[in-house]
Design a binder for this molecule. Structure first.
Ligand SMILES: [Zn+2]
Length: 90
């Protein structure tokens, strides 16, 4: 997987500084406004805005397919953290 470095932005839910993202679907593509992501610290679904700004994702407004994709990303992150045997540093 390719890690894209993005301008440092605080997670709007927990305040963790986020400065990188991995595209789970099209790994070569950098994050774009409207793309969903998940905070590695607090696992809150987020959405990219202009300039890689971040907002908490209103999951109630997602289609069933989008919600399923976001839930899968959260599950994948949780599994990765479990496998590491430790929580990613907050
Ligand atoms: Zn967070």
């Amino acid at each position: 997987m390719i890690t894209h470095h993005v301008p440092a932005t605080n997670c709007p839910a927990c305040g963790k500084v986020l400065n990188a993202a991995t595209n789970a679907t099209y790994e070569a593509e950098e994050p774009a406004p409207g793309d969903y992501t998940v905070c590695v610290g607090c696992e809150t679904p987020l959405v990219f805005g202009p300039g890689c700004s971040l907002a908490v994702c209103d999951t109630g407004s997602l289609t069933a397919a989008e919600r399923e994709m976001v839930e899968a990303a959260v599950a994948t992150l949780r599994e990765a953290k479990r496998r590491l045997g430790r929580e990613v540093a907050r």
